[in-house]
Ligand binder design. Sequence first.
Ligand code: GTP
Length: 597
Amino acid sequence: MKHIRNFCIIAHIDHGKSTLADRLLDFTNTVTEREKQDQLLDSMDLERERGITIKSHAIQMEYTYEGQEYILNLIDTPGHVDFSYEVSRSIAACEGALLIVDAAQSIQAQTISNLYLALENDLEIIPVLNKVDLPSANPEEVTDDIVDLLGCDPEEVIHASGKTGFGVDNILAAVIERIPAPKGSPDEPLQALIFDSVYNPFRGVETYFRVINGAIKKGQEIKFVATGKKYYADEVGTLKLNQVVKKEIKTGDVGYLITGIKDAREVKVGDTITDAKNPTKNAIEGFEDVKPMVFAGIYPVDTEDYEELRNSMEKLQLNDASLVFTPESSAALGFGFRCGFLGMLHMEIIQERLEREFNMTVITTVPNVSYHAFTKKNPDEIIIVNNPSDLPDPSGLDRVEEPYIKATIITKADFVGNVMSLCIEKRGQITNQTYLTTERVELSFDMPLAEIVFDFYDRLKTVSKGYASFDYSPIGMRASKLVRVDILLNAQPVDALSALIHFDNAYNIGKKMCEKLKELIPRQQFDIPIQAAIGAKIISRETIKALRKDVTAKCYGGDISRKRKLLEKQKKGKKRMRQVGNVEIPQQAFMAVLKLN
Ligand code: GTP
């Protein structure tokens, strides 16, 4: 135990976390030449394509330092706000963290939010100034920023480059010298923290844990405290590039466990593993059931595929416990599911996985957050509204509450004005403004989560010319003046296009929605009126003019290969269309409200 170090790497996105992790593995010979590939820790295909760490993993290194052999467990943390609870549990499994800061970019929003998480868990922080090889690196200035942030000495900041490998030896030395060994007691009943799990179709769920007290042995009967379920530890081991089977994992160490569990929902990140016969009295603090933040309807393009979609979703849920869904029906789209996601990225991932792994073609409706509605009749009873069409009739409505977040934005002084205007447009209230340096400003806002779901991130990038970083955390529900804006096509309301919008913006957004839909819905053989309405009141109207008969004639003649391409494109496009009444609506139209600017 004295010679174990458990640590993680925290950084803003793209500051070089994965690259540096690879160098640590190289330097400790954890990976043989043959096994080498870029970005080793990112093993999911999707992850590699997106270049971000979606699912956290752990890897064990052995390293001899001053004649003594050490075990270094590097616990990877996901890099996206959607997965912040997993980040917090990974951090809780460590005694120390490498805080990586890009020598050209300096401190960004995620650097700070992750640092706070690490400090809350009493982690020893080792600051690393990364990418010092870059010509645009600003080592002195950025070191000053780090010193200001942490209150450390400039000498404590390790200069490194994940690209060249410079400084990696110093990082490993600091991990051993500065990060405390795990405490814990081998004699106490087993207490292990689950910080992640991965679904394996052949072996069932693999649970990743950190032993706090006691040990976990092969064959032992164990219990998961939060779920109350008991299992046998069929296999335990440590994680190198591959799994290494062991007889037991001792106090302070990190490992994996296989119990034959086939449903990811039984393994909850943050839960405590204990001995079934001699259980611990205390669960490890900080367990939470993760709650979905964003909801959307998922419908089969072909109504006949409903059962197949259900099957696919059930299978997907077996390996992604944070996906929740309930059947719903829409007057416009028929039978489908209302799904809850951790965030927009998670939603995209699910949609993509449905298509890639299950060959499903689906329509996703406008995402929304989860609202609380209260009626005049029963003003104390919360009605959870995960779908705008479930909002009770406005006449009987007492109030509606929506989730709020605290947003942290770091930007250059030049862009403070732009960022503020954007946040105010998005109904944000500024709560704090701090100059980190003369150039760089940290702004805090209280904002409705719904406004972040809607195109906020892209807008922020635009108004700051890319010089803004952003992070957020939920701060609870607040009452808001929200109304439901409905969309009618051909005088028929299309429930799947309804959205809850703040009263002050409702007219404007209704108008823009009509304009956008006019652009997105293809012309057909007849005029299609598009209307936006609040209750019975029409607030805006556009018309999609009927196709003139001779339009298709123009397509004849011309380059044949070009035409074939066009045809194929149309065929593909067609798959993501949905017939509503006698109007064909393409997938993009369901997302129109997100793309109004
Ligand atoms: P996420 O996993 O997406 O959070 O990103 P990350 O922090 O792991 O960053 P990653 O390691 O993917 O590196 C981001 C980019 O910076 C890549 O294009 C790397 O090649 C580059 N990079 C990483 N480290 C260095 C470095 O030390 N020097 C230089 N010049 N480039 C680097």
